[in-house]
Each structure stands twice: as structure tokens, then as C-alpha cells.
Ligand binder design. Structure first.
Ligand SMILES: [Zn+2]
Length: 594
């Protein structure tokens, strides 16, 4: 069985390494990395690190290293093909098996029909909105100042009154009743003889997936009736926990920051006002699935919630989910209890930009919310507030941030900074101890490969040299351009590093960067994957360009000298030997200026 490099990379990127490893061993976030007790060797303090950014793991204790695929191979004791299968399965990626079964063919046909049904429905609703029947809904949009351009952009429509208008349109197009019902847009009555539309008398918001295909609808009632908003049910296409309204538009703004709001109208107004990096949840709280989805597009989040208690509660619930997913999170509360829609209409683009710029850090927001619960005139209450704040600050990784808030709380309460810091240290200590204890309980030990460790020790210098040079070439194009004049991929001694050098050099020539975890994909045994991952996972430790230049030269000489020695050992003619001696002599003169 052979998988294309694209498929392997797709499987890898769809399986976040932190999530996958977390399902085996408990991990704890520290700065940009996660730590846990190594599953591959016996240890009491966590030295197994997982980098969300690099999508690699590395154990400082035993040297185990790799990407998500290597992890599964080692953990499940399986080969590359099996690991890909498992991970593809986990991410719902279909892998073509040798035989295309009847069921999968039927499933694919149904999915295609469902997309088409949504497409037809979207067009139908849109046309009705713009016709005589849609007048009420159109008036409503006008009142809310939703421009025609915005109506088009978002494909807004109107589901007309009458029980089976859409049903008839779909029937005429030849869709099967089964597909219509699966789409959630048509329902059958109790006796299964009669069919009617789910939506009627509603302003319709098509819900798109990230690729911009319609996968469901949200409808706002136009006459009296309940509920005010109705969404499509869960279908093979639509899962509201995994969908954010407007993300397909927001992602093309290419911003690293996204504004998250709670409703369709807020999302549309903010978008129309010129802030295109905005998305909304679909009547469900922000959850880990949303975070996972956003992770592919942004690093920063601004949460906008209504300034009432319900809004605050929702924000407080969303914050830990987003923070632990690694986002930088800020919170914006629209002043005077307004919702963003009202605010923008009254004050305009500029004032709203100011609000965005001044959005509070999530920590400041949490502290403010907690302050409201206590009477700060009362000493007892002040102490409780300080303790609660210390709990929150203990979760912060940045000492600078912690310092800022500690000062703030100290000023607020009159409690000495040192006392607050002591409290934080105490909480953190308990927290770490607790973590190790729990991790111990769950620990899974698979195997510890001693022989690999010993080999590495033997020729540590040479390994390190090969690693460092490849790393530099992969990350610093200008240095690669100088190195390539003196060093070829063929000069590398280890087969894996030779192959990796080829990949890295090739990428550099083409002007593309190679993602660390992607490079690992090219290798299919745990030993090779580990060696490759090490190149990117081990901290690079030169101070300044001078140091680096010295190291690079020494390392290149070491690699070339070892290679010449290796060739000399197998040389069969005196000429070859002489040539190799000459190469070695020239090496002493080799010096690359960076
Ligand atoms: Zn280890």
C-alpha cells in the first residue's frame, strides 16, 4: 500500500499532535509547549515535550522524537501504513481502499445530492426574498440597514409561507425524498405520507462550510411565532458544534486575528462595517471543536459578547477553552449594554475600531468579573477576591503578565505584592505536584530503546553537526546559499540525513520552506523519524553570528572529513586514496564567511 505525500501531509495536518498525544498521556501547557511524563522511558518529572507550533514531540530524557505519525507508530507498535490508516480514520479522511464498496459509493452520491439540495434551496430562498413575497423580510433588512451588496454576499433569502414550497421545487428537480429528508430541509409527517418544509415565513441565512459551500440554514421568524431563530438540524453535512458562521469569509481576510460574536446579525453588521475577520457561533457555546477549526487560520481572538450577565457567563466559559487551545484572547464589551449591531449603527466604523484596539486581555476581564462578586469595602471579601485572582494568575505562563496583574490587584486591595506572589507560588506548586501524581497513575510505558540511545552517544559530535547544518539550511536561506557551495547532500554520512539534506536543499532551491513535521513524513521507520525530528526539535544554541560562523565551519569540516575517512576505508586504488588525502588537506583551508 502506498500513500501519496499529499495524503500523508493531509492526514498529519488534520491530526493535531497535542490532541492526539493528550489522548494517551496527560499533558500540561508551559509557554508554547506541552509537557508530560514520557511514555517511552521511566521518569518521575515530565521531560517529554510536545510543540504545538512545530507539531513535533521530543523527550529530553531518552531522546524519543517525531511527529504525530511517528508517535502512533511507537505508541501502537504499528507500521507507517497502519498509523496513517488510524489517523485518517480519526480525522474522518477517506482513504481509497483497493476496492470501492457499494456503500461508500452510495454515501458519496448522497453527500453530493445534499450539497446540491442546499444549493438549490439557497437560490430559491434568495429569489423569493427579492420578489413580491419577500417584501416583509426585505423591509426588515432595510430597517437593519443591511445593504443589497451584503444580502448578496451572504446569500440571504426568504422561506415563503406555505407548507411545501421548497419540497415541490426539489421534487421537480428530481431529488429523492430520502435525500430531501436527510438534508433536514424537508420533514415527513407522522404517518410518512406527507412532506413539508422545515422553514417557512423566515428570513434565511445560508450557513457555509469553510470552503464556502452551503451546508445548512438559519432562519429568523418574520411574523409572530417561536422560536425566533431556527437552525438546520444536524445532518451529514452540518454539525453546529464544528461550524462557525462566516468563517469562510473571515478566512479569506488572511488576518491572524478573528472577532467572534454570538449571532448572525452581529456578524453581518460587523462585516458590512468593514471588519471582514469576524465569525459567529450558531446558537451554541464556543467549544473545543470550534477552537480546533480556528487553529488553522488564526492566532488571536477578540470575543464580543453582550454586556449582560448571560454574555459575561458565556465569555467566561469560552475563555479557558480558547486559552488552552493556545490562542491569545481578548474580550470586548460594548459600552452601555448595547450590542455591536446597535453600536456600529450609532457610532460608526471609527469608534468601533477604537473599541477593538482597546479590547481587554482575557485576564483583566476575568479579574473584573470576579471583582463584581465581592464587596471590596469588606476585608474578608477582599481576601477572597485576592485568593480567587491568585488562582487565575497561577495559570499564566508569562512572568511579565503575572507581574502586571499582581501589581494591579495589590493596588486594588492594599494587600502586599509579595503576599500575592507567595499565594501564586503555593498554588502553582500544588498544581504541578497534582499533575505529576495524576500522570503517574495513567502512565503507559511501551518500550525504551536503549540501543539507539547508545549509538547516539558514541558519535554525538557527528550527529549534532549533521543536524545543525541541515537545520540552518532549512531555516536560513541566506546561509544555505553560502553553504551549498561547499557541501552537497551526498557529503552527509547517515542515510537519513543524506535524504533529509536532499529534501531540505531541494526546497531551498525552489524557495519553499519545509515545515518540520512535514519533513518527518518522508521517513517511514521510527528510528529514521526520530533522527529527522531531532533536527528540528532540539534547541539550537549559538550566541550571535560569530559563534554561529565558527560552529558552522567546524561542523562542515567534521562532516566532510568523516566522509573522506569513510571513503578512504573502502577505496580500492591508490589514486582514489590520494584524491581523498587532498580533499582532507583542502579542508583545513575551508572557511565560509556567513
Ligand atoms: Zn523519554
Amino acid at each position: 500500500m502506498f500513500y501519496s505525500q499529499e495524503l500523508v501531509e493531509e492526514v498529519r495536518t488534520q491530526n493535531d499532535i497535542v490532541e492526539v498525544i493528550s489522548s494517551y498521556i496527560p499533558l500540561k501547557q508551559k509557554g508554547g509547549s506541552y509537557f508530560g511524563l514520557c511514555p517511552f522511558h521511566n521518569e518521575g518529572t515530565p521531560s517529554f515535550s510536545v510543540s504545538a507550533e512545530k507539531q513535533l514531540y521530543y523527550c529530553f530524557g531518552c531522546g524519543a522524537a517525531g511527529n504525530v505519525i511517528s508517535f502512533i507508530m511507537q505508541m501502537e507498535n504499528c507500521d507507517f501504513v497502519e498509523a496513517i490508516k488510524r489517523l485518517a480514520d480519526r480525522a474522518n479522511i477517506a482513504i481509497a481502499e483497493t476496492e470501492y464498496t457499494k456503500e461508500t459509493a452510495e454515501e458519496e452520491k448522497l453527500r453530493a445530492d445534499l450539497f446540491e439540495i442546499h444549493n438549490v434551496a439557497g437560490r430559491f430562498y434568495y429569489e423569493v426574498l427579492q420578489a413580491e413575497e419577500g417584501k416583509n423580510a426585505l423591509d426588515y433588512l432595510e430597517k437593519r440597514q443591511v445593504s443589497l451588496a451584503t444580502q448578496r454576499k451572504f446569500g440571504l433569502g426568504y422561506a415563503p409561507l406555505g407548507k411545501d414550497r421548497l419540497y415541490n421545487v426539489l421534487k421537480e428537480k428530481g431529488f429523492s425524498v430520502k435525500a430531501m429528508i436527510k438534508s433536514g430541509l424537508v420533514m415527513e409527517n407522522k404517518y410518512g405520507k406527507d412532506y413539508h418544509d422545515r422553514f417557512y415565513g423566515r428570513l434565511m441565512f445560508p450557513i457555509f462550510d469553510v470552503q464556502g459551500r452551503v451546508i445548512g440554514f438559519g432562519g429568523r421568524i418574520m411574523e409572530k411565532g417561536e422560536p425566533k431563530y431556527l437552525n438546520s438540524p444536524e445532518t451529514p453535512l452540518f454539525n453546529k458544534k464544528r461550524t462557525l458562521y462566516g468563517l469562510n469569509f473571515a478566512r479569506s481576510s488572511k488576518k491572524k486575528e478573528i472577532i467572534l460574536v454570538e449571532g448572525y446579525m452581529d456578524m453581518i453588521t460587523i462585516y458590512q462595517a468593514g471588519f471582514h475577520n469576524v465569525a459567529a457561533s450558531l446558537g451554541t457555546a464556543f467549544n473545543a471543536e470550534h477552537a480546533k477549526l480556528l487553529k488553522k487560520f488564526v492566532t488571536d481572538i477578540i470575543l464580543i459578547f453582550d454586556s449582560d450577565t448571560a454574555g459575561e457567563t458565556a465569555a467566561l466559559r469560552a475563555i479557558p477553552i480558547l486559552v488552552s487551545a493556545g490562542f491569545r484572547v481578548r474580550v470586548l464589551q460594548v459600552p452601555n449594554g448595547k450590542d455591536p449591531d446597535e453600536f456600529i449603527k450609532q457610532k460608526g466604523f471609527l469608534e468601533f475600531s477604537k473599541l477593538l484596539v482597546n479590547a481587554k486581555s482575557y485576564m483583566a476581564f476575568q479579574i473584573d468579573c470576579s471583582k463584581k462578586k465581592y464587596n471590596m469595602e469588606n476585608i474578608e471579601q477582599k481576601m477572597l477576591f485576592t485568593k480567587e485572582s491568585a488562582q487565575m494568575l497561577a495559570k499564566l505562563d508569562s512572568p511579565i503578565e503575572r507581574d502586571v496583574y499582581t501589581k494591579e490587584i495589590s493596588a486594588e486591595t492594599g494587600i502586599a505584592e509579595d503576599a500575592i506572589i507567595d499565594e501564586i507560588i503555593k498554588i502553582k506548586g500544588n498544581d504541578d505536584a497534582q499533575f505529576v501524581k495524576e500522570a503517574e497513575k495513567k502512565r503507559v510505558r511501551m518500550y525504551a530503546d536503549k540501543t539507539v540511545g547508545e549509538q547516539i552517544k558514541k558519535s554525538k559530535g557527528l550527529y549534532e553537526a549533521q543536524r545543525n547544518i541541515i537545520y540552518i539550511c532549512a531555516t536560513k536561506k541566506e546561509i544555505y546559499d553560502k553553504i551549498k557551495l561547499h557541501l552537497k547532500a551526498d557529503d552527509f554520512i547517515d542515510e537519513e540525513y543524506k535524504r533529509l539534506a536532499e529534501i531540505v536543499f531541494d526546497a531551498a532551491e525552489k524557495g519553499v520552506t519545509i515545515f518540520p513535521a512535514e519533513a518527518v513524513n518522508y521517513f517511514h521507520t521510527p528510528e529514521a523519524q526520530k533522527k529527522v525530528a531531532e533536527v528540528f526539535a532540539i534547541k539550537f544554541k549559538y550566541d550571535g553570528l560569530n559563534e554561529l560562523e565558527k560552529a558552522v565551519n567546524e561542523e562542515i569540516r567534521l562532516i566532510k572529513r568523516t566522509k573522506a575517512d569513510a571513503l578512504a576505508a573502502t577505496a580500492t586504488s591508490i589514486e582514489d586514496l590520494n584524491t581523498l588525502m587532498e580533499v582532507k588537506k583542502q579542508l583545513d583551508k575551508l572557511y565560509i564567511t556567513l
